[in-house]
Design a protein around this ligand. Structure first.
Ligand code: ADP
Length: 465
């Protein structure tokens, strides 16, 4: 309901906008036409008046003497048109003759002029053109005046204005119809998209918007939306998988504990041996649960941890490795560790000590867990291509080639039984990978099944200024 309202609002707005723009354009166009036509008619009138003046002046100048000038008016009477007055004014202001057809003489006072002038004047609501031109015939000096009432022009302009106003009213109606059509056409693909989205909402997130052949903004929006849906679907599937895997992992130790508790309830109370063993095994499982939960917590928090932290120097790095190896030696007396460090220069890397320790412990722990009888782990620290490279190599069970791409997936274990026996949950490498990604680090695994495994990590060095 809300959507329909919003849609209507946009529809209304679009109609109004389109109609207003159409109307404004129409108005500007007609006004321009109106003024152009008005100007054009006036120019036309003036040039015809000038022609008439030239004829009149030429005709008067044909007189052989100043006395004969007034004789000329007979022919000029024939030449004169309706709503026009021809007047000859002498130097001293005396009117030699006036020929008029429909123009009162007093409208324009007789004026002698030594230069030509053409003026437009409004006299009692009528527009008149007054044209004065000096004239000399022998000793006679005078001015010819032609006054023309451009009444026809006025009525034409009035008609034009009436036309503009009446078409303006029609234009308002047409603009609204046009506006509605434009709004409808513009919103058509959006409405189709809304329909498809409603369908997607009903049918599930694996459905996609149909993309039209036309390459326009709407199809671009559709493509972006579909990409977004693919990402959401992917992360939704991953999330679902994670929850399923996590619940499965949590369920196994809980079922074991439940089994032992039932055993104790039935017989354990009387049999101290069963009691002892069941309690021990249950404790093992609770330890596993605690470890698993803390690993899950690390994974869920990793993205929130700020990646900028105190950097480590090359000296601090070697110190950290020596400490970790010392601790491992204490825990695994049957294992041997070798550290090969080939740093030539002093450098710094941007990673928190805590996170680096976490990653290294995961790698060493795996190296021991997946070693055979003989537990030889070699660690190499070197710099290459402006990166710190740490390699942990063991001569153990190795990883089959086809499994290599998956070992970094959450909960993925090549040999479930072996991993579980050592308390593995399949989260170690994914935690290490997520932690390293924060520092633009990489994690790569290379292995030959049943022979050796080498895990290499790299972190960019901080460039010294
Ligand atoms: P887990 O807790 O099971 O060790 P990891 O994420 O650390 O989980 O490792 C995933 C899987 O990769 C392990 O179950 C194991 O099968 C394999 N793996 C990891 N490191 C090694 C290694 N050094 N040698 C052989 N296999 C390994």
């Amino acid at each position: 309901m809300k959507n329909t309202k919003r849609n209507l609002k946009i529809n209304g707005k679009l109609t109004l906008w389109a109609a207003s723009i159409l109307l404004i354009l129409f108005f500007i166009y007609t006004m321009l036409q109106y003024f152009l036509v008005q100007n054009w008619i006036m120019v036309h009138e003036k040039s015809s008046l000038q022609k008439r003046m030239d004829e009149v002046v030429a005709y008067i100048q044909e007189s052989d003497s100043a006395e004969n000038i007034s004789e000329r008016q007979k022919y000029l009477k024939v030449l004169n048109e309706q709503d026009q007055m021809i007047r000859l004014v002498r130097e001293d202001g005396h009117v030699v003759f006036t020929i008029t057809d429909g123009i009162p003489k007093k409208w324009v006072p007789a004026t002698f002029m030594t230069r030509s002038e053409l003026i437009e004047k409004k006299i009692t609501n009528e527009t008149v053109l007054i044209y004065r031109k000096p004239l000399t015939v022998g000793e006679f000096q005078g001015t010819v005046e032609i006054i023309r009432n451009v009444e026809g022009f006025d009525s034409l302009i009035d008609q034009l204005l009436a036309l503009v106003v009446s078409t303006g009213v029609v234009a308002i109606l047409l603009s609204f119809v046009g506006g509605r059509i434009i709004a409808f056409q513009l919103l058509k693909p959006i409405n189709t998209m809304i329909q498809s989205l409603k369908q997607i909402k009903g049918e599930g997130i694996d459905k996609r918007l149909p993309i039209s052949e036309q390459k326009d903004e709407i199809s671009e929006l559709g493509i972006v939306f579909n990409d977004l849906m693919t990402d959401i679907e992917k992360s939704f599937i991953q999330q679902k998988q994670f929850v399923e895997d996590a619940s499965h992992e949590l369920k196994t130790p809980l079922s074991v504990i439940h089994g032992h508790l039932s055993l104790i309830k039935r017989w354990g109370k009387e049999d101290p041996q069963v009691l002892e063993r069941s309690i021990e095994l249950s404790l093992n499982e609770t330890n596993r649960l605690i470890r698993l939960v803390s690993e899950l917590v690390i994974l869920s928090r990793v993205d929130e941890t700020p990646s900028v932290s105190k950097s480590l120097t090359s000296e601090e790095l070697t110190g950290i490795f020596q400490n970790i190896v010392e601790n491992f030696k204490l825990l695994h007396k049957d294992a041997s560790f070798s550290i090969n460090c080939t740093f030539k220069n002093h450098f710094r890397v941007n990673i928190s000590k805590n996170h680096l320790e976490q990653v290294v412990v995961i790698l060493l722990d795996n190296a021991i867990k997946y070693s055979k009888e003989e537990k030889n782990v070699s660690i190499s620290l070197l710099t290459a291509n402006d990166r710190l490279v740490i390699e942990v190599k063991d001569v153990g069970v190795g990883i089959p080639e086809e499994e290599l791409p998956h070992v970094m997936d959450r909960f993925y274990r090549v040999d479930k039984a072996r991993s579980r026996k050592h308390g593995g949950s399949g989260l170690g490498l994914s935690i290490a990978n997520v932690l390293l990604t924060q520092y633009k680090g990489t994690l790569e695994i290379d292995s030959v099944f049943n022979e050796w495994t080498k895990v290499s990590i790299s972190i960019p060095l901080i460039k010294s200024e």
